[in-house]
Design a protein around this ligand. Structure first.
Ligand code: ZN
Length: 262
């Protein structure tokens, strides 16, 4: 619903501002409104659930099957990069390709709801506002063209971080640590896994990251992609003009991207 209208201006229309006052917002949402208030929006009418995070964390090589398909060792520490915030877009729409080769990476995306600093694993979920669906779209040339890889730029072209269609709070899931995740290209399933296969779970990532720096309300974490990326297929397959990519996480919903050549 339109939160600004429903709250009589107590909260603004910008979702990013909601995370700054997350406890207050949750209390209002829980006690003041009902789902009967207002017309539900269609996914294509929505923007990103966290459109302007101060920090965006990407986690690499965080599923055993994905490490294996890339010929990489299981990491002894989380592999962390960033996706610059200008790459964040809405759940349904077109994405202009920066190349070939551009690959899909279905990911569970975590939005922080309370400042987290030195948070132990067993308290980590208390700092999460909710979960959403994301794609960590990746331009392989840009990532690997130097001897020193630079993942962040190759994953930060405009539109390369679609998220949504909404945020689901952790209490809505039977088990937020075990969600089916996957994606399909033009109806063919490419990735299919469970977030229970994450090498570093959502709580483990929050513990590890918050030991280094504070996580702020509205920050987001792309938690890594399972096996089945295009680069590892035989022969390799990449996103092409006209392709439709549908990405799903159990208990949330799906996001849909259509690709167009530059
Ligand atoms: Zn990724």
């Amino acid at each position: 619903m339109d939160v600004e209208k429903a709250s009589g201006g107590q909260f603004g229309s910008d979702p990013q501002g909601g995370y700054e006052r997350w406890d207050e917002f949750l209390a209002w949402a829980t006690h003041t409104i009902s789902t009967a208030d207002g017309q539900p929006f269609a996914p294509e009418e929505l923007g990103a659930p966290a459109p302007r995070p101060a920090q965006v964390f990407g986690i690499g090589v965080n599923y055993r099957a994905h490490a294996a398909e890339g010929g990489m060792e299981t990491p002894a520490f989380p592999v962390v990069f960033t996706k610059f915030p200008t790459s964040i877009t809405w759940p349904v729409g077109d994405v202009v390709l920066s190349g070939p080769p551009v690959d899909w990476e279905a990911e569970l995306v975590v939005v922080i709801g309370r400042r987290a600093r030195n948070v132990p694993i067993d308290r980590a979920w208390d700092h999460v506002a909710g979960l959403t669906v994301g794609q960590d779209l990746s331009d392989w040339i840009e990532q690997w063209k130097n001897q020193m890889p630079q993942w962040s730029l190759g994953k930060s072209f405009p539109g390369y971080s679609p998220t949504g269609p909404w945020l689901v709070t952790a209490d809505e899931f039977t088990d937020p640590n075990a969600l089916a995740i996957g994606c399909s290209v033009n109806g063919t399933v490419m990735q299919q896994a469970s977030t229970s296969d994450l090498l570093y779970s959502v709580p483990a990532l929050i513990a590890e990251l918050s030991a280094k720096l504070p996580l702020l309300p509205g920050d987001i974490i792309f938690s890594g992609t399972p096996g089945g990326i295009g680069a590892a297929r035989k022969p390799p397959q990449y996103l092409e003009d006209g392709d439709e990519l549908v990405t799903t996480v159990e208990g949330i919903s799906e996001i849909r991207q259509r690709f167009v050549s530059a």
